[in-house]
Structures are given as C-alpha cells and as structure tokens.
Design a protein around this ligand. Structure first.
Ligand SMILES: C[S@@+](CC[C@H](N)C(=O)[O-])C[C@H]1O[C@@H](n2cnc3c(N)ncnc32)[C@H](O)[C@@H]1O
Length: 316
C-alpha cells in the first residue's frame, strides 16, 4: 500500500476541494436519473473506491441504503476516519463500513459487491486499468460499475467564454498546447491523466465489462450577473474566496515549481517554457481586471464542466 504521508487529499486546499467543489457538482434530479440508469436497488452492497470523504455515498445512499450497505475504501487513513464520522449524518444508522486500502489491491473478496463506484480516482492513478480490473474482480456477476471522471483537456479550450478580453488565436492555441504538455507530463511522471473520461469506456471493455454507456454532467459552469441561482452565486463566491485567500499565493508558487517539472516531463522545450513565462506575465496582468469584475459582480463565465458518468456491467 502507498505511504499515507504522500497522499495530498487529506489536507489543506486539496481537502477543501473535495468538500467545496462537490456542493453543486451533480444536480439532485440528475442523480436520480443516473441511479436508475446504473440500476441501484435498495438492499445492495455498494463499494466506493477512493471514497475520500464519502461524497458518492451521500449522493446514492437513498437509492440502495435501506437494507443495503455502503463500503468506502481510500488510501488515506485520515480521510477514512473523517468519512466514517460524516456518514453518521447521511447513513443515519444504516450499514456502512470504511477501510483503508489501495485501489490496486482492494480489501474485498471476489464477487462481493452489487455496485462498485469511483469518482475522480482514475484521473490520479498511474495504472487505472489495474484499478478497474480490481473493481471487476470484486463485483458479483451481473453487478454494475459507475465511474465519474472529467475530461479536463477540453475544459482548457473553453476559458475564452467570459467577460475577460479575448486571447488571440495564437494565444488560444498556445494555451491549449501548454495544457496538453502538462497533462502528458503528469502521465509520464505517473501522476495520472486529467483527460481521463474518454479512456474509461476502453478500460472497462478491456477489463471484461459489457453494456458500457456514458452520460455527461447536466450542469454547465455558468455565472451571469446578478447570479440568480444558488449554483451561480456559489461559483462567483468561490472565485471571490480564491482571490481573498492569502493561501492561494503560496499555493501558486508551489504550483509553479511543480509546473516546470511537469512541463519538461511532458516534452516541452526550454523555448516553449520561456514563451510560457512571458505569456503567463501577460495573463497575470488580467488578474486585476478579473478581481475588479468579481468584486463589482460583473464577471460573466460559461463553460461546460466536461464531467462524465460511465457505466458497465460484469456479465452473468
Ligand atoms: C479527488 S479525490 C476524490 C474523492 C471522492 N471520490 C470524491 O469524489 O469526493 C481522490 C481520492 O482518491 C484517493 N486515492 C488516491 N490514490 C488511491 C489509491 N491508489 N487507492 C485508493 N484511493 C486512492 C485519495 O486519497 C482521494 O481521497
């Protein structure tokens, strides 16, 4: 098993991310549709791999919890301890079990779950196929898998659709190239692939799953003044919080060091890196404008969240 100390999800900004970013990630009515689509039934045993704080449990519990069992497994002992505490609120005395464990060697016997699910786990793994093979092993024949993963490379092409000044064509293409190089660097260094979703159906097929199908998240990321829906207000407030938080600056510096490492590992050249730095300086000069728009509540943004739900079943 990996050393828990290396896991970044149990603290600081990352932990905040798996709490904050989940608030409006999936629309409740759409979760009901997805639950039906996957085939959740009351009384089932459901295993959530890389469960973090048990977010997927909170979403799907109403569809299997009565008479059923939720098992959350995560490599981080800290998150598992907290997920267990939080489950008292949503499982309300129903059966739950929490285990520290690695997705490459799941602590469950063969054919033991009716549904196995994961969210934003595969995108962080060096060998997602190995994890999916394990999920296949622990599923009962006829059982279902649900993977929720993003395609963040497509998202990188969408940033121009805001109230900020447009980039030139060359700048847009360069920005996308940078995202591509960084994503490749991530893969080369064994840190996963943020462009995961399009690969998941292929990985499922290779593991032996059938009936593979996919859906997109129903929520675009929209904020149009005066931000009249709770989600829009939440998105704007999130941006304001980011601006106000002193931690962000520290985090930024850290990201810059990591960025160079990823850039070089992804096959970026020294010239391209220099070009990136001057582009970044120009980009940062826009920050003042961004800050002003957020403060005066005139900022407009619209982008697809490019989050997908992918399912399959283990043949009987
Ligand atoms: C982005 S978080 C997602 C958490 C949760 N699924 C959610 O959507 O809120 C990724 C989670 O995967 C866990 N993780 C990373 N590598 C893992 C591994 N090899 N085995 C099990 N869990 C792992 C992390 O500790 C973290 O909790």
């Amino acid at each position: 098993m990996r050393k828990p100390a290396k896991n970044k999800w149990a603290k600081g900004e990352n932990k905040k991310h798996i709490i904050e970013q989940r608030k409006f990630l999936w629309e409740p009515e759409y979760v009901a549709l997805l639950a039906k689509w996957v085939g959740f039934k009351l009384g089932q045993t459901v295993i959530d791999v890389g469960c973090g704080l048990g977010y997927l449990g909170t979403l799907y519990w109403p569809y299997f919890g009565k008479g059923g069992k939720y098992c959350g497994v995560d490599v981080s002992p800290k998150l598992i301890a907290q997920a267990k505490r939080l489950s008292m609120d949503w499982a309300k005395g129903g059966k739950t079990e929490f285990n520290v464990g690695d997705s490459y060697k799941l602590p469950y016997p063969d054919n033991s779950a009716d549904v196995v699910m994961c969210q934003t786990l595969l995108m962080h793994l060096a060998d997602p196929q190995k994890a999916i093979n394990e999920m296949y092993r622990i599923l009962k024949p006829g059982g279902a898998i649900l993977c929720k993963e993003p395609d963040n490379l497509s998202v990188s092409m969408q940033h121009a659709l805001t109230s900020m000044p447009e980039f030139t064509l060359e700048e847009e293409l360069f920005r996308h190239k940078i995202s591509f190089i960084i994503n490749r660097g991530r893969e080369v260094l064994g840190m996963g692939n943020y462009n995961t979703a399009p690969f998941v159906p292929l990985w499922l097929k290779k593991a032996g799953f059938r009936g593979i199908d996919a859906r997109m998240n129903s929520y675009p990321i929209l904020g149009i003044p005066p931000y009249e829906t709770p989600k829009q207000e939440y998105e704007r407030n999130g941006r304001e919080k980011d601006i106000k938080s002193g931690k962000k600056i520290k985090g930024k510096r850290k990201r810059t060091r990591e960025f160079k490492k990823l850039f070089m590992a992804g096959g970026g050249s020294v010239e391209e890196y220099e070009q990136y730095l001057s582009f970044d300086r120009k980009y940062r000069s826009r920050e003042k404008m961004y800050k002003k728009q957020i403060e005066e509540k005139s900022y407009y943004f619209f982008a697809g969240s490019m989050f997908f739900a992918i399912k399959g079943h283990k043949p009987k």
